[in-house]
Design a binder for this molecule. Structure first.
Ligand code: MTE
Ligand code: MO
Length: 255
């Protein structure tokens, strides 16, 4: 693919840090809409990811000052899961909610919100970039995902974390996934607070993913279950996420 060198992963790897984001929407959408090209992009995902890491895979996403926070942080996608189970939990102030962790872990288990909030936390002010062409700067507080995975204990074959969400689009559940390197990045957190207040339902209460070096659609809201897997092939449509399956968005959405 001749286009590869101009794609996001390359650009921001080189510009590292606070370079203004230029959303190359046509690269992502125009091309990805053709099934043939979408397949080619899909197979090249591995390359983009490797190059991104080569150019500084461990670098932090830019963080901002409190004064730079957006006065309004809009919501996007689903803003209230319709599942009766979720509705009941929300009505109870999420007191009965717990996060399941299963798959390739030493012992499948659940964490209550109180347990998650009692763990060491990280707070970060970052910029959220949606492929649809909007950005917002917000503050997130949550437990580093690596810490939670450590508590669960990963089995040697583990490679990906799948985030199963409470919501769906026309019956297809929203889900996302990242690999273990991204899961252990210091800014990858499961957030329960936003802008200093409990995470609002519109933004994914009670727990949502923040994976700060990737685009908005990777930031799974309403996370109910973490499934640790060796391959994404058996999950959903096999491409690693709801939008990846539905319209061919890149699985690795590096900014
Ligand atoms: N469960 C779930 N997660 C989701 C979505 C969704 O519809 N459902 N939308 C995604 C998209 S495209 C974006 S831009 C962000 C929006 O997050 P916000 O509503 O907090 O702004 O959530 C992402 N995570
Ligand atoms: Mo988005």
């Amino acid at each position: 693919m001749v286009l590869r060198p101009t794609r996001r992963g390359f650009m921001t790897g080189i510009l590292a840090g606070g370079a203004p984001l230029v959303l190359t929407g046509c690269d992502v959408f125009g091309l990805a809409q053709s099934p043939a090209v979408s397949e080619a992009l899909g197979s090249a995902d591995g390359l983009a990811r490797r190059v991104h890491r080569l150019l500084g895979g461990d670098v932090l996403a830019p963080e901002f000052e409190a004064a730079e926070m957006s006065p309004v942080f809009r919501t996007n996608g689903n803003t209230m899961p319709s599942s009766p189970i979720y509705r009941a939990l929300a009505n109870g102030g999420f007191k009965g909610w717990s996060l399941a962790i299963d798959g390739l872990v030493e012992q499948p288990r659940r964490f209550s919100l109180a347990e998650i909030m009692a763990m060491p936390s990280r707070t970060q002010i970052t910029r959220h970039d949606c492929v649809e062409g909007w950005s917002a700067i917000g503050q997130w507080t949550g437990v580093p995902l690596g810490r939670l995975l450590g508590e669960a204990g990963l089995r040697p074959a583990a490679r990906y974390v799948v985030f199963h969400c409470a919501d769906d689009f026309d019956g297809s559940p929203y889900y996302e996934s990242i690999d273990l390197a991204e899961a252990h990045h210091p800014q990858t957190i499961l957030a329960y607070a936003m802008n200093g207040a409990p995470l609002p339902i519109g933004h994914g209460a009670p727990l949502r993913l923040r994976v700060e070096r990737q685009l908005g659609y990777k930031q799974a809201k309403y996370v109910m279950r973490l499934e640790i897997v060796a391959s994404l092939a058996g999950i959903g449509g096999g491409k690693g996420g709801y939008w990846e399956d539905a319209i061919g968005y890149d699985w690795y959405a590096g900014i």
